[in-house]
Design a protein around this ligand. Structure first.
Ligand code: PAF
Length: 281
């Protein structure tokens, strides 16, 4: 596995790969890799001739007072994990190269970014869509792989790719969970042992929603109230949002019909965790 940081180097390597008519699979990450990322890398390896993984903790997608500085970083460990999972080229750009002095260009996806994490983290998705655009321009992948854990991010990026006529396929793979259902996330590292136990409530609340919906409940308010009661009964859990939305525009639903996304964000101390499931009735 090659490791490069310079923008010029990645362009040269990608140019060579394209000359050889190899397909490129791309997994953008912010590092501190876990099994969720590794499942994306392995799939990219199965479906492409050449796999690029990027590690870049993107300052643009963190708001004031968020965890940009504390975000966990361990490049040496990440190198080993990425190589073992099948990465051919690890791209680790520097912030000063990605955002040069005088940087002034941004990509915004409207509407879909207004609710859920977009409401709790103003400017977050602008940072994500901008950096992912830049990374796509540098790597020019045939396929890009994202996890369903960040379902809103994946749907926003899917819309951006369609709207901007970008020539690549976006592949969304299932959330990888710990044995108690907690979605794997680099941020789980922040949790104390007590919080770690309590954090399974996110997935338990989603399972409760699925059970109620499977039993025929169509009233979104009733489903949300049951989830909310469960979360509020968990010590240390502070509800950020809990929503049932359509999967096209991500607008809150009153009545559950067709395919919808049940999404939740809960804080444990300073750590904010998100999770979601799709349900179809
Ligand atoms: O999901 C993430 O890790 C980040 O939002 C991404 C897509 C790598 C952009 O910085």
């Amino acid at each position: 596995m090659q490791v490069v940081g310079e923008l010029r180097s990645i362009r040269e390597i990608i140019g060579e790969i394209k000359k050889r008519e190899m397909t490129i699979g791309f997994v953008p990450t912010m590092g501190f890799l876990h099994e969720g990322h590794l499942s994306l890398i392995r799939r990219a390896k199965e479906e492409n001739d050449f796999v690029v993984v990027s590690i870049f903790v993107n300052p643009l997608q963190f708001g004031v007072g968020e965890d940009f500085e504390q975000y966990p970083r361990d490049l040496e460990r990440d190198k080993e994990l990425a190589a073992a999972a099948g990465c051919d080229l690890l791209f680790v750009p520097a912030a000063k190269d990605m955002y040069q002095r005088g940087y002034a260009t941004f990509v915004d996806v409207d509407r879909l970014t207004e609710g859920l994490c977009g409401a709790s983290r103003p400017g977050h998705f602008r940072g994500v869509t901008t950096v992912v655009n830049k990374l796509f321009n540098l790597v020019s992948p045939h396929r890009a792989y994202f996890g369903q854990k960040d379902a809103q991010q994946a749907l926003v990026l899917q819309r951006m790719i369609r709207d901007l006529n970008m020539d690549l396929e976006l592949i969304i793979l299932p959330t990888i969970r710990e044995s108690d259902g907690l979605a794997m996330s680099s941020r789980n590292k922040y949790l104390s042992s007590v919080e770690r136990k309590e954090a399974s409530v996110l997935y338990r609340s989603l399972r409760l929603a699925r059970e109620l919906i499977d039993r025929g409940e169509k009233d979104a308010l009733i489903v949300k109230k049951s989830m909310e009661d469960l979360i509020r009964s968990t010590r240390g859990a502070v509800l950020d949002y809990l929503e049932i939305v359509d999967t096209d525009e991500l607008k809150p639903l009153e009545s559950i019909n067709g395919k919808c996304l049940v999404a939740v964000a809960v804080k444990f101390g300073a750590t904010r965790l998100i999770d979601n499931i799709f349900v179809e009735v």
